[in-house]
Design a protein around this ligand. Structure first.
Ligand SMILES: [Fe+2]
Ligand SMILES: [Fe+2]
Length: 267
């Protein structure tokens, strides 16, 4: 049984859903796939993608990304979202996962423990590497600030970030020696390229959280899979292999001359 990783399916693009459906129906029937968030902001489309993956893999694990928690796509509230807040949206999505047999809880895969980790970015995450950035500029240009909806204290950035981190605390211990963790967001700012090469210069401030690094270390991870920045990555730092394998948007694949869908083996 092999374990593969992918993230950022973004099947709102028909080309992306077609690529998901282009995966072999026979090659992976004994294998596991980790999907590190951003399937779609529409539940019906997320269902289409996850259904296609469940038909091809023995087991599929999923953790939500920021796009999965949008409750408004810019043209008003989403028609399929009988929900008002992004947390309710997350509950609906996890309900869908249960229906489809997609796993969202830590579980053993043979000798390996697979641990999905929730998260949300903290805007100070990369200050030590990239310097701080004006918040008004970030909130004007980053869609989550308009598309997600948080109630009560969760409207505060740092409260939200702590909230998601707390959801992970009882996921960090288990019997297996070999652990693979995965999250949508980045666990450390070194997993970003220099800001000079970024098209969206504020990306470092909406990309990750230090909680994830602390938690993946506490869990004893040897491999950590992440997504979100749509920048392929495979590096080992301080004894942990960090992997991002994003399907990304069609124009991003074109820019990096990626044809088709690829999977990266992480276990
Ligand atoms: Fe994404
Ligand atoms: Fe994302």
């Amino acid at each position: 049984m092999r374990i593969f990783a992918i993230s950022d399916l973004h099947v709102d693009f028909a080309a992306n859903l077609a690529l998901v459906r282009s995966l072999s129906s026979v090659d992976y029937v004994a294998d596991v796939l980790l999907v590190a968030g951003d399937a779609s902001h529409r539940l019906d489309r997320a269902a289409a993608a996850l259904t296609a993956l469940r038909q091809r893999f023995a087991r599929v694990f999923f953790v939500p990304g920021n796009h999965d928690l949008w409750v408004d796509d810019g043209e008003g509230p989403l028609a399929d979202a009988a929900v008002e807040t992004s947390l309710q949206r997350m509950a609906s999505l996890e309900g869908l996962c249960r229906q489809l047999g997609v796993e969202t809880e830590p579980a053993a895969v043979g000798e390996i423990r697979v641990v999905p980790l929730y998260g949300w970015y903290e805007t100070t995450f990369s200050d030590r590497l990239h310097g701080d950035a004006p918040m008004d500029r970030i909130s004007r240009r980053w869609a989550d600030f308009k598309r997600c909806r948080w109630s009560g204290d969760l409207a505060e950035d740092d409260v939200r970030c702590h909230y998601f981190a707390r959801l992970n605390e009882d996921r960090l211990t288990g019997a297996q020696e070999h652990v693979i963790t995965f999250s949508h967001f980045l666990p450390r700012p070194e997993l970003l390229p220099p800001v000079q090469v970024l098209r969206f210069k504020e990306l470092p401030h909406v990309s990750g959280t230090d909680h994830l690094e602390r938690q993946l270390r506490a869990a004893g991870a040897r491999v950590h899979v992440f997504g979100h920045t749509h920048i392929p990555w495979d590096v080992t730092m301080d004894g942990v292999r960090y992997v991002q394998n994003p399907l990304s948007y069609p124009h991003e694949r074109k820019r990096r001359r990626q044809e088709g869908i690829r999977l990266v083996q992480v276990g």
